[in-house]
Every structure is written in C-alpha cells, then in structure tokens.
Design a protein around this ligand. Structure first.
Ligand code: HEM
Ligand SMILES: *[C@@H]1O[C@H](CO)[C@@H](O)[C@H](O)[C@H]1NC(C)=O
Ligand SMILES: *[C@@H]1O[C@H](CO)[C@@H](O)[C@H](O)[C@H]1NC(C)=O
Ligand SMILES: *[C@@H]1O[C@H](CO)[C@@H](O)[C@H](O)[C@H]1NC(C)=O
Ligand SMILES: *[C@@H]1O[C@H](CO)[C@@H](O)[C@H](O)[C@H]1NC(C)=O
Length: 320
C-alpha cells in the first residue's frame, strides 16, 4: 500500500513540470462565459480590415510574432512610449515597418463596448493572426486564450530578440531556440512569408551580394526596383507568385533560389533544413499542419496569466 501511494507521488511529481510547460492555463474557451462574442468581434474586424487593404492580414500576423518574441505574447508591442520606457515600436525591426495598430484599436473599441475590461490586447493579436491566415487561405487551429497584457515594453529587448533579414541559418536557429522553438518551427513559421511585403532596405544586400544562392533573373528584376542606394522604402512581394494567398509557394520559391530575404534563402542552402523546405514545397498539408503547431507554440511563449499584468482598456496605454 505504502509503495502504491509512493508510486502515485512519483507520477504526480514527474508530471507537474510537463503540465506547467504546456501552458495549460490558456484555453480556447477562456471568453466563452465572460465575452461570448469576443471571437466573432475580432474576426469581423479582421475581415473588414483585409477587405479594405489585403496586405493588412500579413501585417497583423507579423504583429503577433513581434509581440511574442519580446518577453512573451503580452501585447507589449502595442504600447506607445511613455516617460518610463521607450517602447518597441521604434526598435530596429519595427520602425517604419510594423503596421496594423489602428485595426487593433478598432477591434478593441468594439470589445470594450461588448464586454469592458475582459479581452486582452495580447489575445486580440493572437486571434487576429489566426483569422488573417484563415481568411487568406491558410490553416485553422484552436487558439488558446487568457493572455494578459504587460504594463511595460522594452525597445532594447525588441532589438535583441527579433531576428533580422541578414541572419544566417545558425543565427536564426539560435533566435528561435531562445524562444523554445525548434528548427522545424523556424522553417514552418517562416512560411508566413507566403504573404506580405518587404522594403528594399531589407533585401538589398541579398540581391546584390548573394549571387551564389539567388536566381539571376529574379535578382535582376528586383535590382530595377531597389537600386544600390535610395528607394529604401520601395516594396517587393515576399512571395513573388501569390503574394496575398496563404499557400506553399514560399517553399517552391526557395527551391528555385527565389527567396526574397537572405534569411529566407538561408533555409534552403545545403543544410539540415533543406529536407523540410522540400517537403513543404510539395506537401501543402504537411506545411499547414506544422504551421498550425508552430503558431500554437509561438502563441504560448511566456503568457501573463492569473493576476499577472492587466487587461488594458486602450491597447496603446497602461491603465491609469
Ligand atoms: C525567421 C526569421 C524572420 C525574419 C528574419 C523576418 C524578417 C522579416 C522582414 C525583414 C520583413 C519585411 C519588413 C519590412 O520590410 O518592413 C518581414 C515581413 C513579414 N514577416 Fe517576417 N521574418 C521572420 C519570421 C517571421 C515569422 C515567424 C512570421 C509570422 C509568424 C513572419 C511574418 C511576416 C509577415 C506576414 C510579413 C509581411 C508583413 C507586411 O506585409 O506588412 N515573419 N519579415
Ligand atoms: C535599438 O534600435 C534602435 C533603432 O535601430 C536604435 O536607435 C537604438 O539605439 C537601439 N537600442 C536600444 C537600447 O534601444
Ligand atoms: C524611426 O523612423 C523615423 C522616420 O524615418 C526616424 O526619424 C527615426 O530616427 C527612427 N527611429 C529610430 C530609433 O531608428
Ligand atoms: C556587398 O558586399 C560588399 C563587400 O562586402 C559591400 O561593400 C557592399 O556594401 C555590399 N552591397 C550591398 C548592396 O549590400
Ligand atoms: C549559403 O551558405 C554559404 C556557405 O555557408 C554562405 O556563405 C551563404 O551566406 C549562405 N547564403 C544564404 C542565403 O544563406
């Protein structure tokens, strides 16, 4: 008898850290009693915004990524600068680059009317990323909810934790690994670049200097848009084939040396990542499954739960 309860004790102890690690506190049903219309309000806001400007779906997806990589998915990217901190909006990866804040504000205003102080800004970002992917033709997944919002933000943390377009494969792997994400997660989540746009300044060195890993005519056509100097903000499609459709053309491009960013092509450049790229290039189903898994894992990065953080009333400001 004694050994039986000892065994139970061991099982309990052994399972506890696993339980904590999976962030069981996030639940797709988090708002089902407190704000039953939350999911439909966010979805309607996202669809209206995409109908107005197709690109905004991509921008909303990226906002969630840039939120989660900086001290977890806590809505910190949405905070404007204050006397106490310089926020993340002007960090290297974000300045003149991240967009979609007005869409989040409009959704938040509707949520505050329907259920004041209930739905966090961090959860709006997670849901908006999901709804954008689905609306543009990508996979769906169960979105865990219950994240709370940070009361601070950090430009230096954003500078240090968001990967850049000139990163090598090993730098990308380190960056993702620091967030608990695997090589498979890196390759699958980079498939986000099947939608949206990038500025000349982010791919200039690639189109002039990556001669060994770039299709020559692809490079040439981009050089017309993006001269050696100037035109920094000129935009190019991250996926030259179907820039506003969430599909696996991103990977089909990589196997033809037509990745726009150096960090894209780094995933298909004679390494252990090549086989994943080839798999996703030929198997949309495998890509969609691994993308959904990756999004769930990214969305679980260090959420604030319980009594940590707050539910912001205005996503740009800490509650006074
Ligand atoms: C692997 C490392 C990554 C790097 C180095 C990277 C870098 C970039 C860069 C430089 C741009 C263009 C920004 C501009 O010119 O203003 C961009 C755009 C974008 N990124 Fe990434 N990214 C990475 C991973 C991801 C991930 C994991 C996601 C989403 C889960 C994502 C989603 C997007 C989207 C959707 C766009 C287009 C945004 C728009 O059109 O507004 N990226 N990325
Ligand atoms: C972060 O990046 C911005 C823009 O590149 C830069 O101005 C700033 O000095 C960097 N460091 C910190 C700590 O904010
Ligand atoms: C952000 O961009 C603006 C406009 O181009 C620029 O004036 C400012 O110096 C940039 N801030 C940082 C920190 O790089
Ligand atoms: C290409 O590389 C050379 C040598 O490293 C460098 O001087 C030049 O600025 C780079 N060109 C671009 C457009 O990045
Ligand atoms: C491809 O690999 C070579 C050799 O390691 C490296 O010099 C180059 O920068 C890589 N290119 C990309 C786009 O990753």
């Amino acid at each position: 008898m004694a050994s039986y309860s000892f065994l139970l004790f061991i099982i309990f102890i052994a399972s506890t850290p696993i339980f904590l690690k999976t962030n069981a506190k996030l639940s797709p049903k988090h708002y089902s009693k407190t704000c039953p219309n939350a999911l439909s309000i966010v979805k309607a806001g996202v669809i209206a915004a995409i109908k107005k400007e197709t690109r905004i779906g991509a921008s909303l997806l990226r906002l969630h990524f840039h939120d989660c990589f900086v001290n977890g998915c806590d809505g910190s990217i949405l905070l404007d600068d204050t006397a106490n901190f310089i926020g993340e909006k002007t960090a290297a990866a974000n300045n003149n680059s991240v967009r979609g804040f007005e869409v989040v504000d409009a959704i938040k205003a509707k949520l505050e009317k329907a259920c004041p102080k209930v739905v966090s800004c961090a959860d709006i970002l997670t849901l908006a990323a999901h709804d954008s992917v689905v609306y543009l033709g990508g996979p769906s997944w169960k979105v865990g909810l219950g994240r709370r919002d940070s009361t601070t933000a950090s430009r230096s943390a954003a500078n240090n934790s968001i990967p850049g377009p000139t990163f090598s494969l090993s730098a990308l792997i380190s960056s993702f690994s620091a967030e608990g994400l695997s090589l498979k997660n890196l390759v699958a989540l980079s498939g986000s670049h099947t939608i949206g746009l990038a500025r000349c300044t982010t791919f200039r060195s690639r189109i002039y200097n990556d001669t060994a890993t770039i299709d020559a005519s692809f490079a040439k056509s981009l050089q017309r848009k993006c001269p050696k100097s100037g035109n920094n903000n000129k935009l190019a499609d991250l996926d030259l084939r179907t820039p506003f459709h969430f599909d696996n053309f991103y990977y089909k491009n990589l196997v033809k040396n037509k990745g726009l960013l150096h960090s894209d092509q780094a995933l298909y450049n004679r390494s252990s990542a090549d086989s994943l790229v080839r798999k996703y290039a030929t198997d949309t189903d495998a890509f969609f499954k691994d993308f959904a898994k990756g999004m769930i894992k990214m969305g679980n990065i260090k959420p604030l739960t319980g009594s940590k953080g707050q539910i912001r009333i205005n996503c740009r400001k800490v509650n006074s």
